[in-house]
Structures are given as C-alpha cells and as structure tokens.
Design a binder for this molecule. Structure first.
Ligand SMILES: *Cc1c(COP(=O)(O)O)cnc(C)c1O
Length: 220
C-alpha cells in the first residue's frame, strides 16, 4: 500500500460514515491525486480555480470537485461547467454570478456560506447576521441555479485547543439554530488535518483534509 492510500484509509477509519471527506489536493501533482483516486477517493478540494480547472480537464470525469478557497467573481466562469460545491461564498454579488454562470450550462451549483469564526486575521466570511440577511433575501431565493446547502467555517490557526473548540461550538450552535427555518441546510463544513477530530465532535458533516493525506505542502 502506498502512503497516500494508507493515509486515506487511516482517516476513513477515524471518521464516521455520515461525515464527507474532501481530499484537499491544492498544489499537489495529478499523480498524487490519481493515487487517491485509485484508492477510491472521488471528492477533491482545490483553492485556486485555474489549478482546479487544469486538473479537471485531465482527470477522470467521475471526480466531484469542490472549490474551498476564496472566489473572485470574475473567475467563476472558469469552473461553472463542472464545479459541484463552492465552500466559501460570502456575498450576494458572488452568489448572483455563480447563478448566472451555472444557468449557461443549465446546471445547479451547490454553495456553502462561509461564516467568520476565527478570532483574528481572516478577511473573508460573513457574520451570523449577514448570513441570515442573505438567507432571508428575496433576491437570493430567486436565484434558481444555486443551491445553498450549508455553512462553512475555518477555526483560528492556533495550538490553543480551547480556542478552536469555542469556535467550533459557536458555528455548530448557529447551524442548529437556523436549520429549522432552512431545511436545505444540511452541511456543516468544519475541520482540517489539525482539527478534524474536534470538528467531528462538534457536529461537522464535512471535513477538508489535505496534508494528512498528501503530506506537507511547500506552498499554498
Ligand atoms: C488548505 C485548506 C484545507 C486543508 O488544510 P490541511 O491542513 O492541509 O488539511 C482545508 N480548508 C481550506 C479552506 C484550505 O484552504
């Protein structure tokens, strides 16, 4: 068994069946992705649209591609024909563009709203209030080619486990609070290599794991 295959197996053995595993393959060569593919992995996450499009072009067409990074509105068109789920939607402007591009291909693109949960640095993401305003807006309800299926968050990059747990707890509480009114919301995307176990304890339904599968990245 090669390393990528055994890493994948270890992770699969450590996550419950109802948790979706996104293999985060950014910066990694296609040969690495193919090892994961051969080991049965079908969902891959990338954070740059151009890199994802290049990989999509050459790789098997039964792969499900997730865009996990920040999306610039003017680049949506490069992935609209194939992307399955966009994790980090944080504005009406972006949702509208995704809808417009998806329509051209007669598709529906799934989206998650990125909620700001980290204490510091993160420039991106919506406050809980802003997310509710989006979910309630008539304009958003009229976008027929996007489907908002959940929320996503990134915890503070820290060794302070207490801090991370607090942030996961907060987004899970928000998720539970809004779900009764928005039954379409079924995905809570939290957890990466360093914190996915805690994220699952706090109700994650989708983990995004890169380095624990493919090894450390040199950049990105
Ligand atoms: C890179 C990245 C990940 C995966 O990070 P690892 O620590 O390598 O598991 C998850 N989510 C997002 C948004 C990322 O950009």
């Amino acid at each position: 068994m090669n390393t990528i295959e055994s890493n994948l197996q270890d992770i699969r053995n450590s996550i419950p069946e109802n948790v979706t595993l996104v293999a985060v393959s950014k910066t990694k060569p296609i040969s690495d992705l193919m090892q994961a593919y051969e080991a049965g992995q079908r969902i891959f996450g990338e954070n740059k649209i151009q890199e994802m499009a290049e990989k999509w072009e050459t790789m098997p067409k039964d792969i499900i591609w997730h865009m996990i990074g920040h999306v610039q509105t003017n680049k949506v068109k490069y992935m609209a024909s194939f992307v399955d789920l966009i994790h980090a939607v944080d504005s009406y402007k972006l949702l509208k563009e995704i809808d417009k591009q998806a329509k051209k291909y007669n598709r529906t693109i799934n989206c998650l709203l990125q909620i700001k949960i980290a204490k510091e640095e993160s420039k991106y993401g919506l406050s809980e209030e802003e997310a509710l305003i989006l979910l309630n807006s008539e304009e958003v309800k009229n976008l027929n080619n996007v489907h908002i299926q959940g929320i996503m968050g990134m915890a503070t990059f820290t060794d302070d486990q207490q801090q991370i747990n607090t942030e996961f707890k907060r987004i899970k509480a928000f998720f539970d609070r809004i779900r009764p009114q928005y039954p379409d919301l079924k995905t809570l995307s939290i957890g990466m290599s360093g914190d996915y176990r805690e994220a699952i304890v706090h109700g994650s339904t989708m983990v995004r794991i890169g380095s624990s599968i493919f090894g450390a990245r040199n950049y990105g």
